[in-house]
Design a protein around this ligand. Sequence first.
Ligand code: ATP
Ligand code: MG
Length: 260
Amino acid sequence: MATFEIKNLHVTLEDGTEIVRGVDLAIDTGEVHAVMGPNGSGKSTLAYALMGHPAYTITGGEIMLDGENIAELGADERAQRGLFLAFQYPHAVPGVTVTNFLRSALNAVRKAKNGGEDDPISVAEFRKLLASAMDRLRVPREMMGRYLNEGFSGGEKKRVEILQMAMLRPRMAVLDETDSGLDIDALKIVAGGVRELVGPDMGALVITHYQRILNYIDPDHVHVFVDGRIVASGGPELAHTLEAEGYDAFIPETVAGGER
Ligand SMILES: Nc1ncnc2c1ncn2[C@@H]1O[C@H](COP(=O)(O)OP(=O)(O)OP(=O)(O)O)[C@@H](O)[C@H]1O
Ligand SMILES: [Mg+2]
């Protein structure tokens, strides 16, 4: 069994509309899977549902992480088991500095790993870990004292998401359009950071609209996501085909030549 297995997952909105309509995906540590698909096809809904966002209801299927079905667990419990989501639109958290946020997130995971007993990281160890992650991802030191995401530029938010991932070292990272809004240098740094962390202890699901980040991340598998389902899968070459030809070939109505 793969580290992370999504089996026949169905997700609805609060009004009952089904958005994710039967998704199967298996991702092992050491692997990067990319998901590409048109606006509104349900990619972020899938990501939110994986993480346990209360606005998205899982009506069928399983989410297996290290052999355990986590589909019924709360978002915090999923995070403690090693699932991580970098949001497409990270929210501001006024009053909480980046440093304090990272420390709390890290300590929550450490507590879970320690059988529910507090096991706070020492100040010295935390500083060292943070400094090395910040250097690698080239996040300016001055950002650490600011309130999380408040007034951050689009690219700054994305970098801090990846910084969080580097600190938490999840088993499975879901990155929802982490590349959008990044300048060319930041894109390389962030993609390099992801590639560096993917290995025997971590796998990743990368949702993106653009082939460009995949040049640096080098995915093992690329999936085409249309209308709540994975409709095709292939290697990195599939991303090039999509970039050149768009999604028409994968949208049933277009193939049939009918009205959309
Ligand atoms: N909380 C919500 N309330 C109402 N509608 C929602 C909600 N979340 C998602 N939807 C709808 O579900 C559909 C899928 O949205 P989703 O954000 O998952 O698409 P996406 O594939 O991530 O698109 P994009 O590429 O633009 O990010 C859209 O029609 C969207 O309007
Ligand atoms: Mg989205």
